[in-house]
Design a protein around this ligand. Structure first.
Ligand SMILES: *Cc1c(COP(=O)(O)O)cnc(C)c1O
Length: 379
């Protein structure tokens, strides 16, 4: 089946008792058994809930995977992956990483004896030089947040394979419509479902998808043992959201391209970060592994003044000043003081998160209105 058909039909079927075409919200904690151990596949909703189960199958299908698991947030999904490791294990991660992932790695898991290396993964040799016998996981985010760097997933997969380590790709920015890491050799794909998969800024959720049965066993064991599961109502909302994922992402891409071209020609703008430009340093890798360039754009202002950036993000009217991304409405953010405030200034500036950096999550409104909004804010 092709993507659009899977997005709408995978994992779901009409309700057997009523014929309801939409998966019911099974708002229940437990399930009545006919006799001890004689149940219909569901015993307790931390372990499995029918609404969540339908969503897990749906997300697995659109990522071309066999096993899906949904969590209470993207970070809870990442937490599950790191809990597959043991003290003494080492992780090689990109240095230009979602701030919350960095915080989870540094302030939670380091004290349990897991070691993290943060490297510039645009050059695979940087990763190779950190591989040793303890390397058990390579953590990739591509495109990266907020610098829109592209990391070669196939190159990372071959390094991971040689090292005997797992490769996990945070595919939140690209979405399964534009990029499928499992097809490129990744062992696990992770999503902050909160963003494009949900798509309507009304749910916080995470997901993991994998193909390997052993990894899946660990994933479900940890999901059930730690209990960071997502709720039936939220699962329903995301099932609904995913039905239009392909249409939304098509428009995010179209609008993203129009805005990137507008920004790159604007006299007050220093630099625009968007992987669709042929001048983007990893444009070729993006072309190879992505089917479109998305609606995430970052840019800096000439002079690199903090107060100018704060003025722009305050003056916009259609763009909403908010954290998060991937919803139908356009958002504007200031990484240095918002999403990346937990990363020390010296560390963030090294990766390009300077004071005037502004990040856009281009929504699916009319592009002309979005351009007019930015024109006024930049004036
Ligand atoms: C938002 C985000 C996360 C964390 O997800 P939550 O749902 O907020 O916990 C992880 N990675 C990326 C790339 C994100 O944008």
């Amino acid at each position: 089946m092709k993507f659009a058909t899977k997005a709408i039909h995978a994992g779901v079927h009409p309700d057997e008792s009523t014929g309801a075409i939409m998966t019911p919200i099974y708002q229940t904690s437990t399930y009545v058994q006919d006799g001890v151990g004689n149940h219909k596949g569901y015993e307790y909703s931390r372990t499995l809930n029918p609404t969540r189960h339908a969503l897990e199958k749906n997300i697995a299908a659109i990522e071309n995977g066999n096993f899906g698991a949904c969590f209470g947030s993207g970070l809870a999904a990442i937490d599950c992956v790191i809990k597959m490791l043991n003290p003494g294990d080492e992780v090689i991660s990109t240095n230009d990483l979602y701030g919350g992932s960095y915080r989870l790695f540094k302030t939670i898991f380091e004290k349990y004896g897991i070691k993290f290396h943060f490297v510039d993964m645009q050059h695979p040799t940087n990763v190779e030089s950190h591989v040793n016998a303890d390397t058990k996981l390579i953590w990739v985010e591509t495109p990266t947040n907020p610098m829109m760097n592209i990391i070669d997933i196939e190159a990372m997969a071959s390094i991971a394979k040689k090292a005997g380590a797992m490769l996990c790709v945070d595919n939140t920015f690209a979405t399964p419509y534009l990029q499928n890491p499992l097809d490129l050799g990744a062992d696990i794909v992770m999503h902050s479902v909160t963003k494009y998969l949900g798509g309507h800024s009304d749910v916080v959720m995470g997901a993991l998808v994998c193909n390997d049965e052993e990894i899946a066993k660990e994933m479900y064991r940890i999901q059930n043992s730690t209990g960071a599961v997502t709720a039936p109502m939220d699962s329903f909302l995301v099932l609904r959201g995913i039905k239009t994922l392909h249409l939304r992402v098509q428009r995010h891409c179209e609008n993203g391209e129009k805005l990137a071209n507008f920004l790159v020609n604007h006299p007050k703008i220093e630099k625009v970060y968007w992987p669709g430009f042929p001048t983007h340093p990893n444009h070729d890798v993006a072309r190879k592994q992505m089917r479109g360039f998305g609606g995430m754009i970052s840019f800096t202002l000439k002079g690199n003044r903090l107060e100018d950036a704060l003025e722009v993000v305050k003056k916009v009217e259609i763009f909403a000043l908010a954290e998060s991304l991937g919803g139908v409405e356009s958002l504007i953010g200031h990484p240095a003081t918002m999403t990346h405030a937990s990363i020390p200034k010296e560390v963030r500036e090294k990766t390009g998160v300077v004071d005037s950096l502004i990040r856009l999550s281009v929504g699916i409104e009319d592009a002309d209105d979005l351009i007019a909004d930015l024109t006024l804010a930049l004036a």
